[in-house]
Write a protein that binds this ligand. Structure first.
Ligand code: SAM
Length: 264
């Protein structure tokens, strides 16, 4: 990724069939440098599976001081992000010939619907997503009403800006795009993907400071290992997130195991 002074840090390319493009509108594009330059997401960009285009909202101002915020009408603390640069930057991005017209324009806001694995899965099937990162007290309401098609919150707390929240969404969505995560790191068994929490994990050494990995995992007996994984998945979910069991896809064998675990 190359953040330059210009309006568009990475000129959007015409996407390949499998490429997902994030178009992020932010006042702090440099915040994305480090998270996007390591590990899975860096590799995905190199492989052409993911593209993150950063657009500096300040580049869409027309006044001498590049003002992007102003006092709230009616008084009150803090500043509000002005509508003009946001309308112009969204229109600039959405006007790109290669952008999928049905792409959502997502506002990151603590008032949005709570982002979760289901939303990440839905979004991973799109080819373009436009994300607006708020700052200060938030954005002028007319932006929300007229430009935004979805509002996402990453949790019931207030961050200083939408950038970290956008990175959370980008990371969670990108790793679900086919080919981004190798089979060795497959997301198929991840917590929430299965509707349950993942079982505990162990690796070498089998014994460390007197603490031993479960024998069954070293046995090479695949059926027994699969049974252990399922049981411990159910145990962990029962202990930590019993609410997930209500909507999980459970077999009769799962229900029997759960009865046993409850009895324990
Ligand atoms: N005054 C706003 C309110 O009470 O709803 C909070 C503004 S917050 C200080 C500034 C920006 O950070 C927001 O516009 C939003 O883009 C982002 N933000 C803060 N918390 C967030 C969260 N939990 N999820 C997503 N975005 C968040």
């Amino acid at each position: 990724m190359d953040i330059r002074q210009g309006r568009v840090s990475n000129p959007p390319s015409f996407r390949s069939a499998t490429m997902m493009r994030f178009h992020v509108l932010t006042l702090f594009p440099e915040m994305f440098d480090s998270p996007l330059s390591v590990s899975i997401i860096a590799r995905a960009q190199k492989q052409g599976l993911v593209e993150v285009n950063l657009h500096n909202i300040r580049d869409f101002t027309h006044n001498r001081h590049n003002t992007v915020d102003d006092y709230p009408f009616g008084g009150g603390p803090g500043m509000v992000m002005k509508p003009e640069p946001l309308f112009e930057s969204v229109e600039h991005v959405r006007g790109s010939a290669s952008l999928d017209e049905s792409a959502p324009t997502v506002l990151m806001t603590p008032q949005g619907r709570r982002f979760d694995q289901r939303i990440a899965e839905d979004y991973s099937e799109l080819s373009d997503i436009v994300i607006i990162c708020g700052r200060y007290e938030g954005v002028d309401e007319r932006v929300r009403q007229n430009l935004v098609t979805d509002e996402l919150s990453i949790g019931d707390y207030v961050l200083g800006g939408g950038e970290l929240a956008a990175m959370v969404v980008i990371d969670a969505v990108a790793r679900l795009i086919p080919g981004v995560v190798g089979s060795a790191e497959s997301p198929a068994n991840d917590s929430y993907t299965t509707g349950l929490l993942q079982h505990p994990l162990y690796t070498r050494p089998s014994e460390y400071r007197g603490m031993e990995a479960p024998d069954v995992l070293l046995s090479g007996h695949h059926a027994e290992i699969a049974k252990w994984h399922r049981r411990e998945t159910l145990r962990r979910t029962l202990e930590r997130r019993p609410d997930l069991l209500e909507s999980a896809d459970l077999s009769n064998e799962d229900r029997r195991m759960l009865d046993e675990l409850r009895a324990e």
